[in-house]
Design a protein around this ligand. Sequence first.
Ligand code: F6R
Length: 608
Amino acid sequence: MCGIVGYVGPREATEVLIEGLRRLEYRGYDSAGVAVLNGDGMRTRKAVGRLSALEDELKRDALHGGLGIGHTRWATHGVPSVANCHPHTSFDGKVSLIHNGIIENHRELRRELMDQGIEFRSETDTEVVAHLVAKTYDGDLVRTFQKVIRRLRGAYALAVCHTDEPDKIIATRVGSPLVIGIGDGENFIASDVPAILKYTRKVVFLNEHQLAVVTRDGVKIFDAALNPVEFTICETNLSLDAAEKEGYEHFMLKEIHEQPRALAETIRGRVNGDNVDLTELNLDAAVLKGVRRIAILACGTSLYSGMVGKYLFERFTHLPTETWSASEFRYADPVIDDGMLVIAVSQSGETADTLEALRIVKEGGARTIAVCNVMGSSIPRMCDATLYTRAGPEIGVASTKAYTTQLAGFVLLSVGIGRLLGVTDAEDERRLVTGLKQLPDQVQALLDEDIVAVKRCAKRYKNVFNFMYIGRHFNYPTAMEGALKLKEISYIHAEGYAGGEMKHGPLALVEGTFPTIAIAPQGRTREKLISNVQEIKARKGVVVMVSTQGDEEARELADYLIEIPPCEEELSPILAVVPLQLLAYYTALQLGRDVDKPRNLAKSVTVE
Ligand code: F6R
């Protein structure tokens, strides 16, 4: 993620940049910075935290000038800090550069530049590009930039300016978005249209590998060989609000649809051939061999991913694993010692209950690993190692992409640690790595289908007062998560239950109109769950089934059938939860609820 913006024209650049960054904060908000060029050279201001921190900085020490670039960061390489914040300046102070994406070959470029005596000030992948531009500069920034980007591998939207050519910003993109705004005597660049909508509706969407030269008087676009390119200026009719959501009605729906990309990002670089590769975590096999049991601590949706984590860890590491609601753990009397490995799971990394539980286990001498989505947040800072999910900022209060990426993270961690312990079977590792690689496309296929049964169900059952969700083993947590999604955004009461427990009490609820969502993909417990469904049908209950494509028995039994693609049973919670997220979403929509900001809830729960 990350958002970039640039301006050249008669206004104070910082005003335009701050307005643009505010509109891009949904792309990342752990730190922000701007650089402005004027007759005196280039000056930069940066601040960690929300954009308001940068605004305060600019109030204390203003920047004046009509050309500038700005960046709001969502950390991928290096924690949120002033040093890691963009814009990055070259060693000679002449180049300023912003970046959204990942430079995959940054390590080798950094080594090459360090060998030439260049000192790095940040841990980012971006800083290499600023130094490379300064090193390569030959009096022609366009030609220089073309040479530099030829050396980069990865995904990037980049914008650069140079004190020797103070009239222009040069920008390019590969795999990351970039739009150019055409004004009257002023021009703009941005990661996304809303950043510039206040000033212009005329936009040019830069194509991959194209290079744009943006000055006050005009915009020129070149192909990768620097041949001039004709371009079309479009008039956007987006409203500011809709544009931030990329056309989706709500952030939640956008985030549900971002899951293929979020999963691909979370897996990227962590599988290698048939193996899981957790090198980045620096796990010490000797230390892990001293682990006698595992405890997973989390709250809410993260707790349900932790419940799946328990099954995975027991299967692949053979270590006894328990999952704790962090708010309960704090007031229980858990036995903690240095043979305990604690995994703290949190999207935000700031949940007070999880933080406090973590403090207790650290005092007791336990080893700690975080599974977290926000780099540099409090939970990862407290842990010995972190597996970052790379879902990007999650804005909707109801967690979706953070959950599925946590599940993928648990598969990676359990198999990876199992192998370090010499326990995971090579065939299991191969089949899960193969399955993980297929997941983004499978989730995409599910989303592309538009799942008609989900919308029909939402319409038909929006007025019932109670829902039951059942699943077994890996999909018992899916039932809990499906029920949580429904209650938090539609305000309909829903319960998640283990299918086998129905006959021990809840079956009494079932009668003519009572709906049960049964999650029964292929796997060890499918048949048992089918029996539970039969018990419900025998009592005239209504059943919505989530099952694997081609399951004829499920088709016959179900009042509504939702099919997911065939997959390894350990990965089925990732696919099965997607239609449940959509069911909650469309039900809430039918009921006119405030989907992104449900009543009484907050995104990050920093109080006990
Ligand atoms: C539900 C939801 C919450 C969070 C919980 C923990 O959709 O988002 O239940 O999962 O508040 O938050 P994190 O994961 O940030 O620790």
